[in-house]
Ligand binder design. Sequence first.
Ligand code: ZN
Length: 464
Amino acid sequence: MASVKSYGATGEVTGSCHILEIDEKTIMIDCGMFQGLEEEMNKKAFGFNPKEIDYLFVTHAHLDHVGRIPRLVKEGFSGKIYATSATMDLAEIILHDSAKIMSEDFQTRYRKVLRKGKTKLSKPMYDALDVEKTFEVIEWINPEYDVYYELAEGISFRYRNAGHILGSAFIEISYMEEGTSHTIVFSGDIGNDNKLILPALAECSKAETLYVETTYANREHQSIELTVEEFKTTIVETLNADGNVLIPSFAVERTQELLCILREMYHSGELPKCKVFLDSPMATKATEVYRNYPDELSKKCQKNIEEDGTVFNFDSLFYTETPEASKGINETKSRAIIIAGSGMCNGGRIVHHFKHRIWESKNALIFVGYQAEGTLGREILNGAEWINVFGEDIIVKASVHTINGFSAHADQKGILEWMASMKNLKKVFLIHGEKEAQEVFQEVLHEKMSLDAHIVKYGEQIEL
Ligand SMILES: [Zn+2]
């Protein structure tokens, strides 16, 4: 008997966590953090016993897929973790950063509590030590893409390239039941085939049962060609007018995509004279990981390596790691492109650059990623004329550009094309998406593929 119970990414896009039980074996697929409006869910009890999980399969290193692993370990998980080697490397960076953010946030809130004459405040979900334990005490196994592995008697699995971020995978798990073999597939997050730095998502012919992400299942992305063109035009126009370009960016994948585009512009002569600063220690570390996996990058990136031995570098690019180097950027008064975190501007070095540059009309701010409700990024996107930065009101005079189409997720067309390769598909379960997107996609699957998909609810157990 096999069943799946879901403890996250049900009717929302964060907190991915599913438990597959096959006979006596308990396999967890992802243990992600809840983010944004769902954040409070991280404080809740898991709803299952971490000690009873035999294996944790990780699809990729985004926080909403790995963010609760140190807590799982802290609460008794002692099984094995399976993740591609690149996912493991990126997860280590991401989880350490997550522990740091939680600790800083705790310190700030604790000071406020003390000032109110109180002393009680619940501790962060985990700290740096818990993250270290997760990598040192727990055994990590790094499956290769496309290779079949036997997990236990009658259970085998295969990681396939999901083309979402470096190391990302969808996972096929096969098991025997009454003499017949069955295959269930967990999509993780599947990529938008933009060919910038990753090869395309692999086909999946084996799925009989599919748990599929639906982040953009009701949308169609703008083409990547148009997206890149818009990005280039904004950069060229701003630099030619002696302005500076500010780009809040996520450290993993988006930053590396931008570096690739800028590198190409530099070599083709399209990039006006300028200095490009990657002002994010975390993005610099993540970029290093990308460099370590040349075989997993697109043909285009591999060509870069053939040309000059690097994937992303070019003469005008500077990595500013220390706080001093970051402050030093202020000496470049014009023609600077600054890529910094956080991606949604709710902290990080980008906010300092706002203070120094957002009040000048010659400068441009380019949004290349999603800005969630309640973040400074969203405030600016919504047309704020003033922003408050470090207690100071600052006028927004820089031009604000939103460039859609850089998404790391497949859109409706992309998901449908991927599903079209599944010839034996019988059961479809929708996860990792908002209710609205899932309802639209449910209809589309019914009409186009004659499939009756089920929208998974939190805590729901599904017998396969
Ligand atoms: Zn993801």
